[in-house]
Design a protein. Sequence first.
Length: 383
Amino acid sequence: MEKDNLSQIRVIGAGPAGLIFALLNARKTFQIILHEKEPEDFFTQQSRALALSPSSIEILSVIGISPDQDSSFVPIKTIHTSQKNSFGRVLIEDDNKELGYVIRYKNLIKLLLDKAKNNKYIKIIFESEVFSINDQQDFFTDGKNKIYKYDFLLFSDGIGKLLSNTFEFETDPNMDGLVALVTEIRTELNHQHCAFERFTVNGPIALLPLENQNLSKLVWTGKKDYIMQMLNCDKQTFATLFVDHFGERLGKLTHIEEKSAYPLSHQFIRQPYQKNIVVSGNAAHSMHPVAGQGLNLTIRDLKVLSSLLYKNNYQISEALLKQYSDQRKREVLSLMKISSHLVKGFSNQIVGANLLRGSAMLFLDNSFFVKKMFREKFSYGKN
C-alpha cells in the first residue's frame, strides 16, 4: 500500500499531541484538520502541571514556542530523589542548562492554539466526536452523521472502541490497581525550582515546582485502597501523613488545594499503525508517572513521525510506518520497563532491600558519568 502525496491529513484530538503534530507538519500542499470532541473552553479550565524535558523544549522551539518567550514555563534546576527510612539520595543538577520545565496544561494549549489559529493550513473543529471509522474506505463519521474522508489519519487521543479490534495492547498486570492522587500544596519553604521524587513503601511521591516559589504540584501514587484513604481524609490528617512520608525538606504544609484521583495504566500498542492510520500519544502508550515521561515520549514520537513524513515527501507506505514503529518501539519499551522497575523495586520490602537501594543511590550520586547517563536517558530517551 502506498498513497500519493497527501492532500488532507486528519487528526483525532486537539490536545498538545495533536496540535504539535499539526504545527510540525503544516504545509501549503495539504490541509491538516483536527477533530476535538470537547468545546474550546474546556482546555482553558485544565490547570494540571506538565513536566517537559529538554528534548521536548527543543522540539517546541521548532514551532516557535520557547521558555525564553513566555514566563508561564517554570524551570526545573534540580531533581532530588530519595527513599523513606533510608540513607542515600541522588541530586541531579546541570550548571549549563535547565533540567526541564513545568507548564500548566491550559497555558501550553493556549500557546499551541494561538500558533495553529494563525496557520492557514490548519483547521480545528471543536465538538466533533468520532463515532465510527471505515478504515477500508478511509472515512469516519461524527455524532451528527457527517462523513469525513482522509488520506492520513492520526489518533492523538484514545481510540476507545473505535479500532479495538485492529490494534492490540500489551499491559503490565503487576501495575494494575494503582491510583494517582493529585493536588497542589503550599509549603513553608521555597522549592527553589527543585523537583522531588520520594519513594515510600506505599508508593512514590512526586513534587513539581510551580510559578509561586511556595507552590508545588503533588502526585502521590499507590494502591487504590491506600490512595482513596488519603483522598477522603481531612486536610490536617493529610498534611501530617505527607510530612511523615516526605519529610520536612520544604517545611510544613500551609495550604492544600482540592484533591483528586485517577486510575493509572501501563500499556502500549504492539503495532501503532494500520494502513494509513497511526496511533500516537496516550492512545498508543501510557505509563506510570514516576519518571515523568508520558508527554515527553509522545512529543519525541511526533518528531520522528514528522521527520519521516517530510523525508518521504508525505507519501504514506507500509515501509514508512514500519520504520516509524521500529524506531520508536525500543525507547517506549525501555522507558516503560524503567518506570515499572522503579515502582516495584522501591516498594519491595524483603530483608536488606532498603540497604541495597540506599547504597545504589549513594553510588549513583557520586558517579558523574552514571548520573549523566540517567540524565540523558530521561531528557532525550537515549539508549
